[in-house]
Design a protein around this ligand. Structure first.
Ligand SMILES: C[S@@+](CC[C@H](N)C(=O)[O-])C[C@H]1O[C@@H](n2cnc3c(N)ncnc32)[C@H](O)[C@@H]1O
Length: 224
């Protein structure tokens, strides 16, 4: 990847495999295009199966993107499973720093170091602790702990993205409407579900800005 055009040529080739995540990954890279070098991406939950785009292959995408940006742009990723970090190491370039650790512990240390040496993070991509769609609390709480660990180093334009967080709403059947006859209830209002649902509650309290909401969700302006 010598430049941005090379990256987008490569990305357009694999984009259809990203399915529901294609639109939000495109928005992520467009957002990063507007950010100055170096692009620093910190990820929790690394690529664990080569070529399995059902998970997202996020580490590979971020690796290719930061290589295309150059000038000390870099990816940091953490995963508690040594098998995941082993596969990840075999798949991405040396420009990705891969650590085997619990993500909250890791982010707490990283925050201390980045605060001390004034490293600015362009984006945090939170995708650890697998989600149980019927009982999202443990995963959502873990991602809220991750946010707690990094709050101190969130700049106004640092993008925070959480995977597996589509909007959810309560539906009722429309008696006379066109098929499919479903209506979203206004009360209780639709919100963010999945891994990011507690991060979204916090984001709403502190008036962070919702940047996009697709299968993945993103905010900035946690700290004004
Ligand atoms: C959904 S996968 C990550 C997929 C990856 N982002 C991709 O797009 O290919 C979730 C990963 O989070 C890891 N994980 C689960 N709990 C964790 C924790 N407490 N700390 C760090 N990693 C964790 C799992 O080992 C797994 O490899």
């Amino acid at each position: 990847m010598n430049d941005n055009l090379d990256f987008y040529k490569w990305f357009d080739g694999i984009a259809p495999k990203l399915d529901n995540r294609e639109i939000s990954f495109r928005k992520i890279f467009k957002y990063l295009d507007s950010q100055p070098n170096p692009i620093i991406i910190v990820e929790t939950g690394c690529l664990r199966v080569k070529d399995n785009f059902l998970d997202g292959q996020s580490t590979l995408l971020f690796d290719k993107y930061t290589l295309s940006r150059g000038e000390k742009s870099k990816v940091y990723t953490v995963d508690k499973d040594p098998n995941s970090t082993k596969i990840c190491k075999q798949t991405v370039s040396d420009n990705v720093e891969i650590t085997t650790d619990d993500s909250v512990h890791y982010l707490n240390n990283l925050t201390h170091n980045f605060f001390t040496n004034k490293t600015k993070v362009s984006m945090f991509y939170l995708d650890s602790f697998d989600l149980d769609w019927r009982y999202p609390y443990p995963s959502a709480a873990h991602h809220l702990k991750e946010l707690t660990a990094i709050t101190k180093i969130l700049h106004r334009d640092t993008l925070v993205v959480v995977d597996d967080s589509p909007a959810i709403g309560n539906l009722t059947q429309n008696e006379h409407g066109p098929a499919p006859a479903w209506k979203i209830l206004k009360s209780p209002a639709p919100t963010i579900g999945g891994k990011g649902f507690l991060v979204h509650e916090y984001a709403s309290h502190v008036r962070a800005k919702l940047v996009f909401s697709h299968y993945q969700v993103a905010w900035n302006e946690f700290n004004k």
